[in-house]
Design a protein around this ligand. Structure first.
Ligand code: C5P
Length: 229
Protein backbone atom coordinates (compact mmCIF):
# COMPACT_ATOMS: atom_id res chain seq x y z
CA UNK A 1 0.00 0.00 0.00
CA UNK A 2 1.17 3.57 -0.58
CA UNK A 3 2.31 5.44 2.52
CA UNK A 4 1.12 8.80 1.21
CA UNK A 5 -1.74 10.16 -0.88
CA UNK A 6 -1.68 13.69 -2.20
CA UNK A 7 -5.03 14.98 -3.44
CA UNK A 8 -4.87 18.37 -5.17
CA UNK A 9 -8.30 19.90 -4.53
CA UNK A 10 -7.58 23.62 -4.72
CA UNK A 11 -9.02 24.19 -8.20
CA UNK A 12 -11.67 26.86 -8.58
CA UNK A 13 -13.39 25.03 -11.42
CA UNK A 14 -14.23 28.05 -13.55
CA UNK A 15 -14.99 25.86 -16.59
CA UNK A 16 -17.94 24.39 -14.68
CA UNK A 17 -19.66 27.79 -14.45
CA UNK A 18 -21.15 26.63 -11.13
CA UNK A 19 -21.83 28.48 -7.89
CA UNK A 20 -19.20 26.48 -6.04
CA UNK A 21 -15.97 24.73 -7.13
CA UNK A 22 -16.67 21.45 -8.93
CA UNK A 23 -15.31 19.31 -6.09
CA UNK A 24 -18.30 20.44 -4.00
CA UNK A 25 -21.03 19.76 -6.56
CA UNK A 26 -23.22 16.83 -5.57
CA UNK A 27 -22.65 13.40 -7.01
CA UNK A 28 -24.98 10.75 -5.59
CA UNK A 29 -25.91 13.15 -2.79
CA UNK A 30 -22.32 13.67 -1.70
CA UNK A 31 -19.73 16.27 -2.62
CA UNK A 32 -17.47 15.05 -5.44
CA UNK A 33 -14.56 15.49 -3.00
CA UNK A 34 -16.18 13.08 -0.52
CA UNK A 35 -16.85 10.51 -3.30
CA UNK A 36 -13.24 10.62 -4.47
CA UNK A 37 -11.82 10.33 -0.96
CA UNK A 38 -14.09 7.41 -0.13
CA UNK A 39 -12.83 5.46 -3.17
CA UNK A 40 -9.24 6.12 -2.15
CA UNK A 41 -9.97 5.12 1.42
CA UNK A 42 -11.67 1.91 0.34
CA UNK A 43 -8.54 0.93 -1.59
CA UNK A 44 -5.91 2.19 0.86
CA UNK A 45 -7.43 2.58 4.35
CA UNK A 46 -4.04 2.88 6.05
CA UNK A 47 -2.58 5.63 3.86
CA UNK A 48 -1.83 9.13 5.12
CA UNK A 49 -3.73 11.76 3.18
CA UNK A 50 -2.46 15.22 2.26
CA UNK A 51 -5.40 17.25 1.04
CA UNK A 52 -4.48 20.48 -0.76
CA UNK A 53 -7.28 23.05 -0.56
CA UNK A 54 -7.77 26.65 -1.56
CA UNK A 55 -6.98 28.65 1.61
CA UNK A 56 -10.24 30.54 0.99
CA UNK A 57 -12.32 27.39 0.56
CA UNK A 58 -15.74 27.88 2.20
CA UNK A 59 -17.30 24.50 1.43
CA UNK A 60 -14.92 21.98 2.99
CA UNK A 61 -15.87 20.05 6.12
CA UNK A 62 -13.71 17.62 8.08
CA UNK A 63 -16.56 15.08 7.91
CA UNK A 64 -15.82 14.67 4.18
CA UNK A 65 -12.54 12.91 5.05
CA UNK A 66 -12.72 9.19 5.89
CA UNK A 67 -8.99 8.79 6.64
CA UNK A 68 -7.70 8.38 10.21
CA UNK A 69 -4.50 10.32 9.50
CA UNK A 70 -4.68 13.31 7.25
CA UNK A 71 -3.48 16.85 6.88
CA UNK A 72 -4.99 19.92 5.26
CA UNK A 73 -2.50 21.97 3.23
CA UNK A 74 -2.82 25.24 1.35
CA UNK A 75 -2.87 24.68 -2.39
CA UNK A 76 -1.54 27.19 -4.90
CA UNK A 77 -2.44 28.99 -8.11
CA UNK A 78 -1.95 26.00 -10.41
CA UNK A 79 -2.29 22.26 -9.92
CA UNK A 80 1.51 21.91 -9.83
CA UNK A 81 1.70 24.44 -6.96
CA UNK A 82 -0.92 22.52 -5.01
CA UNK A 83 0.93 19.21 -5.44
CA UNK A 84 4.18 20.93 -4.53
CA UNK A 85 2.65 21.88 -1.15
CA UNK A 86 2.27 18.15 -0.50
CA UNK A 87 5.78 17.28 -1.67
CA UNK A 88 7.25 20.04 0.51
CA UNK A 89 5.25 18.93 3.56
CA UNK A 90 6.66 15.41 3.16
CA UNK A 91 10.26 16.61 3.60
CA UNK A 92 11.42 15.09 6.86
CA UNK A 93 8.32 12.84 7.05
CA UNK A 94 8.73 10.51 4.08
CA UNK A 95 11.60 8.19 3.16
CA UNK A 96 12.98 8.35 -0.38
CA UNK A 97 11.58 4.89 -1.16
CA UNK A 98 8.06 5.61 0.11
CA UNK A 99 5.26 5.51 -2.44
CA UNK A 100 3.38 8.75 -3.01
CA UNK A 101 0.16 8.54 -5.02
CA UNK A 102 -1.19 11.78 -6.46
CA UNK A 103 -4.88 11.75 -7.45
CA UNK A 104 -7.06 14.56 -8.82
CA UNK A 105 -10.07 15.28 -6.63
CA UNK A 106 -12.03 15.67 -9.87
CA UNK A 107 -11.70 11.93 -10.69
CA UNK A 108 -14.30 10.22 -8.47
CA UNK A 109 -14.83 7.27 -10.85
CA UNK A 110 -11.45 5.62 -10.34
CA UNK A 111 -12.12 2.03 -9.25
CA UNK A 112 -10.62 0.19 -6.29
CA UNK A 113 -9.46 -2.47 -8.76
CA UNK A 114 -7.54 0.13 -10.82
CA UNK A 115 -6.04 1.62 -7.67
CA UNK A 116 -4.76 -1.80 -6.60
CA UNK A 117 -3.67 -2.65 -10.15
CA UNK A 118 -1.55 0.53 -10.34
CA UNK A 119 0.18 -0.25 -7.07
CA UNK A 120 0.78 -3.89 -7.96
CA UNK A 121 2.25 -2.85 -11.32
CA UNK A 122 4.79 -0.39 -9.91
CA UNK A 123 5.59 -2.10 -6.60
CA UNK A 124 8.98 -3.45 -7.74
CA UNK A 125 9.86 -0.39 -9.79
CA UNK A 126 12.54 2.08 -8.67
CA UNK A 127 10.59 5.02 -10.16
CA UNK A 128 6.83 4.51 -10.56
CA UNK A 129 4.07 5.00 -13.09
CA UNK A 130 0.58 6.16 -13.84
CA UNK A 131 -2.85 4.95 -14.85
CA UNK A 132 -3.36 5.68 -18.53
CA UNK A 133 -5.75 4.72 -21.33
CA UNK A 134 -4.89 4.22 -25.00
CA UNK A 135 -6.21 6.99 -27.25
CA UNK A 136 -9.22 5.77 -29.23
CA UNK A 137 -10.20 8.91 -31.14
CA UNK A 138 -8.51 10.08 -34.33
CA UNK A 139 -6.36 13.07 -33.48
CA UNK A 140 -6.05 16.30 -35.47
CA UNK A 141 -3.58 19.14 -35.12
CA UNK A 142 -5.07 22.52 -36.02
CA UNK A 143 -3.61 25.34 -38.08
CA UNK A 144 -3.87 28.99 -37.02
CA UNK A 145 -7.34 29.19 -38.63
CA UNK A 146 -8.75 26.23 -36.66
CA UNK A 147 -8.71 24.03 -39.72
CA UNK A 148 -7.03 20.66 -39.84
CA UNK A 149 -3.31 21.02 -40.32
CA UNK A 150 -2.63 17.31 -40.04
CA UNK A 151 -3.76 13.99 -38.58
CA UNK A 152 -1.61 12.76 -35.73
CA UNK A 153 -1.16 8.96 -35.70
CA UNK A 154 -2.71 7.70 -32.47
CA UNK A 155 -0.64 4.51 -32.46
CA UNK A 156 1.27 4.41 -29.19
CA UNK A 157 -0.50 7.44 -27.69
CA UNK A 158 -2.08 7.32 -24.26
CA UNK A 159 -4.22 9.61 -22.12
CA UNK A 160 -2.55 10.24 -18.78
CA UNK A 161 -4.99 9.66 -15.91
CA UNK A 162 -4.51 9.70 -12.17
CA UNK A 163 -3.44 8.36 -9.76
CA UNK A 164 0.21 8.68 -10.61
CA UNK A 165 2.46 6.89 -8.15
CA UNK A 166 6.14 7.62 -7.63
CA UNK A 167 8.85 7.08 -5.05
CA UNK A 168 9.05 10.13 -2.82
CA UNK A 169 12.73 10.77 -3.64
CA UNK A 170 12.00 10.78 -7.37
CA UNK A 171 9.06 13.16 -7.02
CA UNK A 172 11.00 15.55 -4.80
CA UNK A 173 13.80 15.72 -7.33
CA UNK A 174 11.30 16.27 -10.17
CA UNK A 175 9.72 19.19 -8.32
CA UNK A 176 13.11 20.68 -7.45
CA UNK A 177 14.14 20.48 -11.09
CA UNK A 178 10.81 21.80 -12.35
CA UNK A 179 10.97 24.98 -10.30
CA UNK A 180 11.51 27.12 -13.37
CA UNK A 181 9.75 25.11 -16.10
CA UNK A 182 6.35 24.78 -14.52
CA UNK A 183 4.54 24.85 -17.83
CA UNK A 184 6.02 21.44 -18.59
CA UNK A 185 4.28 19.91 -15.60
CA UNK A 186 0.58 19.29 -16.02
CA UNK A 187 1.08 15.96 -14.29
CA UNK A 188 3.69 14.36 -12.05
CA UNK A 189 4.96 12.00 -14.75
CA UNK A 190 6.04 14.89 -17.00
CA UNK A 191 8.28 16.16 -14.21
CA UNK A 192 9.71 12.70 -13.66
CA UNK A 193 10.32 12.35 -17.42
CA UNK A 194 12.37 15.56 -17.30
CA UNK A 195 14.77 13.71 -14.98
CA UNK A 196 15.32 11.11 -17.71
CA UNK A 197 13.14 8.39 -16.18
CA UNK A 198 10.51 6.44 -18.10
CA UNK A 199 7.38 6.06 -15.92
CA UNK A 200 5.36 2.89 -16.44
CA UNK A 201 2.07 3.22 -18.32
CA UNK A 202 -0.43 1.07 -16.42
CA UNK A 203 -3.61 0.43 -18.38
CA UNK A 204 -6.56 1.89 -16.51
CA UNK A 205 -10.27 2.05 -17.24
CA UNK A 206 -11.34 4.64 -19.79
CA UNK A 207 -14.26 5.68 -17.55
CA UNK A 208 -11.89 7.30 -15.02
CA UNK A 209 -13.06 10.69 -16.21
CA UNK A 210 -12.01 14.07 -14.90
CA UNK A 211 -15.04 16.21 -14.12
CA UNK A 212 -14.34 19.38 -16.09
CA UNK A 213 -17.46 20.58 -17.90
CA UNK A 214 -21.07 20.79 -16.59
CA UNK A 215 -22.18 17.73 -18.58
CA UNK A 216 -19.48 15.59 -16.95
CA UNK A 217 -21.33 15.46 -13.63
CA UNK A 218 -24.30 13.49 -14.98
CA UNK A 219 -21.88 11.22 -16.83
CA UNK A 220 -19.95 10.56 -13.62
CA UNK A 221 -23.19 9.62 -11.83
CA UNK A 222 -24.00 7.12 -14.61
CA UNK A 223 -20.50 5.66 -14.49
CA UNK A 224 -20.67 5.15 -10.72
CA UNK A 225 -24.04 3.46 -10.95
CA UNK A 226 -22.90 1.24 -13.86
CA UNK A 227 -19.77 0.25 -11.92
CA UNK A 228 -21.93 -0.99 -9.06
CA UNK A 229 -24.25 -2.99 -11.32
O1 C5P B 1 -8.61 22.12 -13.42
P1 C5P B 1 -8.21 20.69 -13.56
O2 C5P B 1 -9.39 19.77 -13.73
O3 C5P B 1 -7.15 20.44 -14.58
O4 C5P B 1 -7.58 20.33 -12.17
C1 C5P B 1 -7.04 19.05 -11.93
C2 C5P B 1 -6.91 18.85 -10.44
O5 C5P B 1 -6.01 19.79 -9.87
C3 C5P B 1 -8.22 19.02 -9.68
O6 C5P B 1 -8.23 18.00 -8.70
C4 C5P B 1 -8.10 20.40 -9.09
O7 C5P B 1 -8.84 20.58 -7.88
C5 C5P B 1 -6.61 20.48 -8.81
N1 C5P B 1 -6.10 21.86 -8.75
C6 C5P B 1 -5.47 22.31 -7.60
N2 C5P B 1 -5.00 23.59 -7.53
C7 C5P B 1 -5.16 24.45 -8.56
C8 C5P B 1 -5.79 24.00 -9.75
C9 C5P B 1 -6.25 22.70 -9.83
O8 C5P B 1 -5.34 21.55 -6.63
N3 C5P B 1 -4.72 25.68 -8.42
Amino acid sequence: APQWLIVPAAGRGTRMRAACPKQYLLLEEQAVLACTLSRLHEAFPEANLLLCLDPEDQWFHDAMVPFATWQRLDGGDERVDSVRAGIDWLAGEACDDDWVLVHDVARPCVTVADLHHLLASIEDDPVGGLLAAPVTDTLKRQDSDQRVHETVPRQGLWRALTPQGFRYGVLREAFERAGHDRFLMTDEASGVEQLGHAPRLVTGRSDNLKITHPEDLALAAQILSAQRA
